[in-house]
Design a protein around this ligand. Structure first.
Ligand code: ZN
Length: 232
């Protein structure tokens, strides 16, 4: 899966690396060298599920040009992170050393595409406003299916809806802590402060898609509506 092209600098427009602040790059060592390789991407795109296709279309319709080969970068990452969104280059990083299944890949792509969508549609201040980050993490966990498998397994133990909310909240907190040096309490507070509105913001799906066919329907709804544009 991994074929290294170490040192091949991808055209990010910037010749030099961004200011050496810790933007979570600690987990993505290849980011410092200008990104990894993107050769997996054409394979990946063919298998993209409806969630990811919908998001790619939504981005295009919002005026965010999506160049598939430039928007995704396959890299080896540290720890057990499986993906990231680099807002300085609008690139999605897929951790090829930590993703081993197509279904996992789809989930990571969808999760990160939601960050990319938020980045594109709103002026997200990722680094100075933790509530902005919290909101996007809530949406990514809620809409990507990160919590759906677990929900399936535990739906008979807990109320499905309640469990889904708890899962989304926990994952959002964990995602923030992975990329920011904050106390757990601060991350939890940021998530709780914006939870209500961000959990109920399902753009561009219109609702939380709970299955592949559901995502397909949401995708069709999306293609047929112009209501969307007025909400931007
Ligand atoms: Zn995330």
């Amino acid at each position: 899966m991994a074929s290294e092209q170490a040192g091949s600098r991808r055209g990010s427009g910037a010749e030099e690396e961004e200011e050496e602040e810790d933007f979570g790059y600690g987990l993505f060592p290849e980011r410092r060298r200008g990104g990894g390789n993107g050769e997996l991407m054409f394979v990946l795109i063919f298998f993209l599920d409806p969630y990811a296709k919908l998001l790619l279309d939504a981005m295009k319709n919002s005026g965010c040009t999506v160049f598939r080969d430039r928007h995704f970068s396959c890299e080896d990452c540290d720890g057990c992170v499986s993906g990231g969104f680099d807002s300085s280059t609008s690139q999605i990083v897929l951790c090829q050393n930590n993703i081993h299944y197509q279904s996992h890949m789809n989930r990571v792509v969808t999760h990160e595409l939601i960050h990319a969508f938020d980045h594109c549609r709103a002026h997200v201040d990722w680094f100075n406003n933790v509530k902005h980050l919290a909101c996007s993490e809530i949406r990514a966990a809620n809409l990507s299916g990160d919590c759906s498998l677990l929900s399936e397994m535990t739906r008979f133990k807990f109320g499905l809806k309640q469990h889904h909310q708890t899962c989304v909240r926990d994952r959002a907190v964990r995602s923030i802590l992975a990329v920011r040096k904050l106390s757990k309490e601060m991350a939890e507070k940021a998530v709780d402060d914006v939870f209500e509105s961000c959990f109920n913001d399902h753009e561009p799906f219109g609702r939380v898609p709970h299955s592949k066919s559901d995502a397909k329907h949401a995708y069709r709804d999306f293609q047929n509506r112009d209501r969307y544009y007025r909400n931007l």
